[in-house]
Write a protein that binds this ligand. Structure first.
Ligand SMILES: NC(=O)c1ccc[n+]([C@@H]2O[C@H](COP(=O)([O-])OP(=O)(O)OC[C@H]3O[C@@H](n4cnc5c(N)ncnc54)[C@H](O)[C@@H]3O)[C@@H](O)[C@H]2O)c1
Length: 396
C-alpha cells in the first residue's frame, strides 16, 4: 500500500459493475482512495470510461499493476481468473465481482459451443481446479481478497447478522431469490463468457447471502462456520419451451443458458436453504432472503425495499429519472429505489473491502464464501443433469 491510509485502485472492466464500483469508491470514508487506473478489452470503451471518470487508462492489466495497490476485477466471469492470478503474483490486494470463476468451455470454444449440452461432471471438476488455483495463489502471496457479494452487505442482511450474533439463533431454513429480466452485459446468456445462466449469474446472490448467514451463525456460537454439504437442483429454459407465448416483454435471446433455476442446499448441521432464480420476471429486480430461525423470523428485502412508491401517470415525464433496476416501464406505480448503491449493499461492500485492505483485516465477504458459493453452484448443475439427485459439494 502507498501508506496505511491511502490506497490506489486499478479497475478491470468498464461495464455496469465498473461504473457502480467507481460511484462507491468516490464515497469511501476513513481512507484516501485514488482510482489510479482503468483497463478493459476494448480501446474505445476504456478510453471513453477513463475520460468520463477522469481515470488514467492502461492498455493491459500488466501495464496497470505497477501503478496500483489493489486490483478491482469487474470483467465478465471468464476473465476473473486471469485478473486475480496477475494481481496475486504482483502481491496486490484484490476485489473480485461475483461469481468467483467457473467453467467456460474447452480452450478455443466459439459460438458453436453449448454449455447447456456439455458434461456437468467435467464442469464441476474443472471449476474446482480453477478455484484451487485461485485459492492457492491468494493464500501463497497472502494478499487481501474481497468477494463482491452485495447481498452480504445489504442493510437488511447485516441487521440479520446482528440478530444471529446477539441472540445465538439457529437458522432452520431460509428461502432467497434474485430474479430479473436479463443483464446489461452483452456477454450475459453465453456460457463460454458467463459460466452458466440464472443459477450462477443471479442465484449466486441469494445463495451467497444465505451461506454467509450460516457461516455467521457457526462463528457466533462455536467459532467455526457452518458449511453447505449437498445440493439438489433443477434448471429450465422456459422461454424456449415449444408452448411459450412470446409477447415481447421478457428477454428471450439467450444463447445456451437456463432462464429459471432452483437449488436446495443442506448444511452440515442438517438445516437447509432454498434458492430461486430466474430471467422470466416482470416488474423489476426481485431480491430477498427470508430467515426462519429457532428464536426469530425475518424477511430481508433487498430490492424492492419498500422505501418509496412513485406514481407516474405519463411515462415520458420520468425519462431522466432513475427509479429501480430493470423495470420495463416508468408508468403507473413503481417501487422506486432512492439510493440503490446503499439498499442493495454496494456501498457498504466497497467500504468494508477498502477498510479491510488497508488495515489488514478480514472482510465479511471473503475468499471462503466465494469458494463455497461457486462449488455449490457447479454441484447444482451436476444435480440438474441427474434430474435433481443430491450431489455432494466439494469442500475447498
Ligand atoms: N454485484 C452485482 O450486482 C453485479 C451486477 C452486474 C455485474 N456484476 C458482475 O460484474 C462483472 C462484470 O459485469 P458487467 O455487467 O459490468 O459486464 P459488462 O460486459 O457490461 O462489462 C465487462 C467489462 O469487462 C471488459 N472485459 C471483457 N473481457 C475482458 C478481459 N479479458 N480483460 C479485461 N477486460 C475485459 C469489457 O471490455 C467491459 O468493459 C461480472 O462478473 C458480473 O457478474 C455484478
Amino acid at each position: 500500500m502507498a501508506s496505511s491510509k491511502t490506497i490506489r485502485i486499478g479497475i478491470i472492466g468498464t461495464g455496469f459493475a465498473g461504473k457502480f464500483h467507481v460511484e462507491c469508491l468516490h464515497r469511501i470514508y476513513g481512507v484516501t482512495v485514488e482510482i489510479a487506473g482503468i483497463t478493459s478489452r476494448r480501446l474505445e470503451s476504456r478510453q471513453a470510461f477513463g475520460h468520463a471518470h477522469q481515470i488514467p487508462v492502461f492498455d493491459s492489466i500488466e501495464a496497470m499493476l505497477p501503478h496500483v495497490d489493489l486490483i478491482d476485477v469487474c470483467s465478465p466471469p471468464y476473465a476473473h481468473e486471469a485478473g486475480i492470478l496477475a494481481a496475486a503474483a504482483a502481491e496486490k490486494a484484490i476485489i473480485c465481482e461475483k461469481p468467483l470463476t467457473g467453467y467456460f468451455g474447452p480452450t478455443g470454444a466459439d459460438e458453436k459451443y453449448r454449455g447447456d449440452k456439455d458434461s456437468k461432471s467435467k464442469m464441476l471438476d474443472e471449476s474446482v481446479q480453477r478455484m484451487q488455483k485461485i485459492a492457492a495463489a491468494v493464500r501463497k502471496h497472502n494478499v487481501f481478497f474481497g468477494y463482491a457479494e452485495n447481498f452480504v452487505y445489504a442493510p437488511s442482511l447485516q441487521k440479520e447478522r446482528e440478530i444471529i450474533e446477539k441472540t445465538g439463533a439457529q437458522i432452520l431454513r431460509m428461502t432467497g431469490e434474485e430474479s430479473h429480466n436479463g443483464s446489461a452485459s452483452p456477454v450475459y446468456g453465453i456460457w463460454r463468457f458467463a459460466g452458466g445462466g440464472s443459477l450462477i449469474g443471479k442465484g449466486c446472490h441469494p445463495l451467497g447471502g444465505m451461506l454467509y448467514l450460516k457461516r455467521v451463525e457457526g462463528l457466533a456460537r462455536t467459532g467455526k462456520p457452518i458449511r453447505p454439504v449437498s445440493v439438489s437442483a433443477r434448471t429450465h429454459q422456459i422461454t424456449r419451451t415449444p408452448g411459450y407465448r412470446d409477447v415481447k416483454l421478457i428477454r428471450t435471446d439467450y444463447h445456451d443458458i437456463e432462464d429459471y433455476g432452483f437449488m436446495h442446499v443442506t448444511f452440515e448441521d442438517g438445516t437447509v436453504c432454498d434458492t430461486l432464480t430466474s430471467e422470466v420476471v416482470l416488474g423489476g429486480i426481485y431480491d430477498y432472503v427470508e430467515v426462519f430461525a429457532n428464536n426469530h423470523r425475518t424477511r430481508c428485502y433487498i430490492s424492492p425495499t419498500g422505501l418509496m412508491d412513485a406514481y407516474n401517470p405519463r411515462g415520458e415525464q420520468f425519462k431522466d429519472v432513475y427509479l429501480i433496476e430493470k423495470a420495463s416501464t416508468k408508468e403507473g406505480w413503481s417501487p422506486a429505489a432512492p439510493d440503490e448503491n446503499f439498499t442493495i449493499g454496494y456501498q457498504a461492500e466497497i467500504q468494508d473491502f477498502i477498510t479491510c485492505a488497508v488495515t489488514g483485516t478480514r472482510p465479511q465477504s471473503d475468499l471462503e464464501l466465494a469458494l463455497d458459493t461457486t462449488a455449490t453452484i457447479y454441484a447444482a448443475y451436476l444435480s440438474d443433469e441427474r434430474k435433481g439427485a443430491e450431489v455432494e459439494i466439494p469442500q475447498l
